[in-house]
Ligand binder design. Structure first.
Ligand SMILES: [Zn+2]
Length: 328
């Protein structure tokens, strides 16, 4: 407990410094802009030919916290937005703590989109400290009814694993973009419509692919697939809780071995951003194979370079699920 509070104080001081820097930058930028405006009008008076300002619209700056939200902002915002996702590829998103530079970027942004419901523990601290002139804040799970999860009765934030709930998040982001940049409403509206159709197709494809399977239990490395299980009538058996950092105790692992055997599972899923050691131990113990099931919390650097996205990875997950569950 004392360690934890020490860590918090250290982070706080970083944050305060970052905030001060960001505020200072804002003031500086505004002063420079004001000066530039003054210079332009002076030169007008001196009848220097002024360039006709063909309005190149400034892009809306959006900061997101995790990959699924980055994908939505980019798909709906297209080239009207500049999206910065603070969790880099390959970084485990639950453990992530923003750097002072990340926090400064949030201060300067027009829109800050986070998942909420306990996923980014740091985000509520940052949001609480934002000045009035700061970004518009969007919590993408706000007003969504969430399932309880974990051993401590927390809320499960992994909503994007269910295409229908992810569609709700997309709608929240579409509305936020239109509100922040009404002149882009036509672009945002068209992109939202296409995305909505794509997500409906994905949901139908998953429903069909998982409709008739020999087994219904997926053994997963952490409790990230509750909404997927709920939507498609499956059961998840998680090795760790809502966050992957909570490694199971030896007693819990022994219990799991029994549960996995009883479920008849032939595969143990592990995820790309977390060490597969525990999943592999469990797989050996019960004589199962291990297989990847992406949480999509962050892409791996390889996935990112290969141009993979939400849809391609959800489809790879579907193929692996079908293999593990023996679906026809
Ligand atoms: Zn997770």
């Amino acid at each position: 407990m004392s360690l934890r509070s020490g860590k918090t104080i250290d982070t706080e001081s970083h944050k305060v410094r970052a905030w001060r820097l960001a505020t200072w930058r804002r003031v500086l930028v505004r002063t420079l802009l004001a000066l530039a405006a003054g210079l332009v009008s002076t030169s007008c008076v001196a009848s220097v030919p002024t360039p006709t300002t063909t309005a190149v619209p400034e892009r809306l700056s959006v900061v997101t916290t995790i990959y699924p939200l980055q994908y939505l902002a980019e798909r709906i915002g297209e080239d009207r937005v500049e999206v910065l996702n603070v969790t880099p590829p390959g970084v485990e998103a639950h453990d992530f703590e923003p750097s002072p530079r990340d926090v400064a970027a949030i201060y300067r942004a027009d829109l800050f989109v986070y998942n909420g419901s306990g996923f980014e523990v740091w985000a509520s601290r940052v949001v609480a400290g934002l000045p009035q002139a700061g970004p518009t804040v969007v919590e993408a799970t706000e007003s969504m009814e969430l399932r309880a999860g974990g051993d401590e009765g927390g809320l499960d934030p992994h909503v994007w694993q269910d295409p229908r709930r992810y569609r709700q998040q997309a709608e929240v982001i579409w509305r936020a973009l239109v509100a922040a940049d009404p002149s882009g409403a036509a672009t945002y509206g068209a992109n939202w419509e296409t995305l909505k159709t794509d997500l409906e197709s994905l949901e139908a494809e998953m429903a069909q692919g998982l409709a008739s399977c020999a087994r219904d239990t997926m053994v997963v490395s952490h409790e990230a697939f509750g909404y997927l299980a709920e939507r498609f009538g499956l059961r998840q058996l998680p090795i760790s809780g809502l966050s992957p950092e909570a490694e199971p105790s030896p007693a819990r692992l022994r219990l799991l071995v029994g549960e996995v055997r009883a479920s008849g599972a032939t595969h143990i899923f592990f995820e790309s951003a977390v060490s597969p050691a525990v999943a592999e131990t469990l797989a050996r113990e019960v004589g199962a194979q291990s297989l990847v099931l992406s949480t999509l919390e962050s892409l791996t650097p390889e996935e990112s370079q290969a141009g993979e996205d939400y849809f391609s990875i959800m489809r790879e997950n579907l193929a692996n699920l079908r293999m593990a569950l023996g679906c026809r």
